[in-house]
Design a protein around this ligand. Sequence first.
Ligand code: CA
Length: 231
Amino acid sequence: MASTKGLVLVVEDEPSQMELLSFNLKAEGYDVLRATSGEEGILLFQENEPDLALLDWMLPEMSGLEVCRQIKRSKDKSCHVIMLTARGEEDDKVRGLDMGSDDYIVKPYSVKELMARVRAGMRGRSQNQIGDTLAFGPITMDLSRHTVSVDDQSVAIGPMEFKLLQLLLNAPKRVFSREQLLERLWPENLDVETRTVDVHVGRLRKVLKTATDQEFIKTIRGFGYALDDGK
Ligand code: CA
């Protein structure tokens, strides 16, 4: 059998949506596992360990959110999860991300955008990364030289703020909960508290504000943060 670019699990109960997703994924060279219910999705996930899962939020009985939770609780933690949601509410996006989903896309979505997210998810990195450089607006991060610049002026930044900014630059506008930031920034250290996250976010916010004269860190009250220029 010819090798493919990766295995994608699609959990979607609407046949036309399933056809659309399946067709486009196959056209890009992915193998596709199809499930029309959450229960079936979990079984296929356990049997096949896909690289990526596209989960419809609104499914009969078990919701996509519950499927996501179970996937993320499993031993195979490498599966990248993208939620497909008809809901555009910030609260729902946040709930999805809180359940461990890596990304979400709101219906009706453009196939082109969805495929770009799938490719990015498969690579385990962002579409915003070109070579060793991450960029958002005037902010540029050179990963090989470990430097940050704003409008080509270099910016002094602490090691933890650098890691934090790298995480945010990988997914601009995505909302990260404080717990998610904590887990990603201090994966080994169980003693670090969420307010430590706030301290480093505060420092990064100050550095960016001074350098750009603009607010780049958005606070989602009672939840977390996003890199957002408000545009
Ligand atoms: Ca549905």
